[in-house]
Design a protein around this ligand. Structure first.
Ligand code: CA
Length: 225
């Protein structure tokens, strides 16, 4: 799960980043509305935490623009005291929820899980499955029948991406964007390294799921006969 935080209060953005990372989310944080829009438009995020009062572009305009571009990433607005009407406007323009500052991290995490669940995709506490494999992205445990192995965060994110795309081929570029962010300079062979780690762990589990390489295109999961 990759989360984008758009928040100009640097201390709050940093605190949120720490909390989310501790809970196994990948996080990018930006501090103005224009950067927020640029990052969010990449479409690589699973959820946005969006402040309303921001330099360069306010959160409501950002949200409107994003929805107009057809990007339906769930958005939780972060609102300060006295922004009740903004709250309503935000919901009208397609925000999924809002949190009034100050809020507890437990409540934020619960609201985030709810917003992700409504989107109909996997949430950290649920198992994501493909063939005989079950991945828990909250605990990073991969199980196959009665065997279990712990993944590292990048392996888990990579497998999560392949599992959610089911039988669609995933390119190296899509993997890099999802795991390292869209402005990263990670090399293609980093992807190959993580694919080989995952294959070893799947072999250890005696899983019948394979990661197929489609030469020049990318990777796709398949259940072997
Ligand atoms: Ca603000």
């Amino acid at each position: 799960m990759r989360i984008l935080i758009v928040e100009d209060e640097i201390h709050l953005a940093e605190a949120l980043t720490q909390i989310l990372k501790k809970n196994h989310y990948s996080v990018d944080a930006v501090h103005d509305g224009q950067s927020g829009l640029d990052y969010a438009t990449s479409g690589i995020y699973d959820l946005l935490l969006l402040d309303i009062m921001l330099p360069e572009m306010d959160g409501i305009t950002l949200l409107k623009t994003l929805r107009r571009k057809g990007i339906s990433t769930p958005v939780i607005m972060l609102t300060a005291k006295g922004e009740i009407s903004d709250k309503i406007t935000g919901l009208d323009y397609g925000a999924d929820d809002y949190m009034s500052k100050p809020f507890s991290s437990e409540e934020l995490l619960a609201r985030m899980r709810a917003a992700l669940r409504r989107r109909g995709e996997v949430v950290p506490e649920d198992g994501l499955s493909f063939g005989d494999l079950v991945l828990n992205t909250g605990t990073l445990k991969l199980t196959c029948k009665d065997k279990e192995i712990k993944l590292n965060l990048k392996e888990s994110e990579l497998l999560e991406l392949l599992m959610t795309r089911k039988t669609a081929v995933t390119s190296k570029e899509q993997i890099i964007e999802k795991l390292w962010g869209f402005d990263s300079e990670v090399e293609h062979n980093n992807v190959e390294v993580y694919i080989s780690f995952l294959r070893k762990k799947m072999t250890f589990l005696h899983s019948s799921v394979r990661i197929n390489t489609i030469r020049g295109v990318g990777y796709v999961l398949e259940v072997a006969d």
